[in-house]
Unconditional design. Sequence first.
Length: 151
Amino acid sequence: MSFDARSYWQEILGNPDKRPPATAFVNFELIGFDPETGWCEAAFLAPSQAANPGGNVQGGFVTAMLDEVMSVAGSIVQGGPAMSPTLQMTTSFIRPVPVGVRLIGRGQVVRRGRAAIFTEGWLRNESGDLLAQATASCIPRAMPDLLQKQE
């Protein structure tokens, strides 16, 4: 039986009941993805608990949103059930990120190697203004046991 990447990842990413608590906390909502070219887009809605003293989203939560879409991009290009744990990540904060506003994140693979996957990501408001951007290096990690749990 061949691996149907699109169906597998749609089931995982599109199902709120299968999301880890951190993913649920930032209200991850899948918009689209492509296992062939290695990109993922998702909407986020930072809850009030993510606010900093200035009333905007604290930088760690902004980084978490970017990490979500970049890690998904790194996971879906691996040709089977996989993860791509982040080794290193650099985030640039361009504008304040408002709490309670729908945000759009995009992550994509820049280069995939045997020992590392390099990704980049952007977080924008719905008007398209760039709020934050990031780059990361991740470890490709096959997770064949995940496929067995799905069946």
